[in-house]
Design a protein around this ligand. Structure first.
Ligand code: HEM
Length: 119
């Protein structure tokens, strides 16, 4: 049987590193950096890691809000959504994640677009 995406991304440790790298890239990304100017970055990194741990088939450790509630009223654009996805793909590459796993993550991220953009 194939291992879960969670396991193939390096489990909780691997995903925590990927989420942290992705957030660091967001903070340097001109299209989206200001969105996080009031955020508690360590807390947000933890929430992002836990969300991905749960969403890839790991333990159910996420205690944050659902994606629609989180992003409602933020008026997020397509450009911003693409910027977030670019950063996450770059973080996956920085952590030597394989092509198949990158494609699976991209698919999961893209499927959440309708709960995030212009909601
Ligand atoms: C598939 C794409 C995305 C995913 C999976 C995602 C995921 C998350 C998660 C898990 C949280 C934490 C919620 C909580 O702690 O309750 C969050 C918060 C947030 N997200 Fe997203 N997000 C995505 C796209 C975006 C985009 C495109 C933007 C705008 C550039 C954005 C801006 C924010 C902001 C500003 C917060 C709140 C930060 C805070 O409370 O300090 N997100 N997101």
């Amino acid at each position: 049987m194939e291992l879960s995406l969670y396991e193939r991304l390096g489990g909780s440790e691997g995903i925590t590193k990927i989420a942290s790298d992705a957030l660091d890239l967001h903070l340097k990304h001109p299209a989206i950096a200001t969105r996080y100017s009031k955020s508690n970055i360590p807390e947000l990194k933890k929430a992002a890691a836990n969300f991905f741990i749960m969403g890839t088939g790991g333990p159910n450790v996420y205690e944050g809000k659902d994606m629609l509630t989180t992003h409602k009223g933020m008026n997020i654009s397509d450009v911003e959504f693409n910027a977030v996805i670019d950063d996450i793909l770059q973080a996956l590459e920085m952590n030597n994640v394989g092509q198949k796993e990158k494609e699976e993550v991209l698919f999961v991220l893209y499927s959440m677009k309708k709960e995030i953009v212009a909601v």
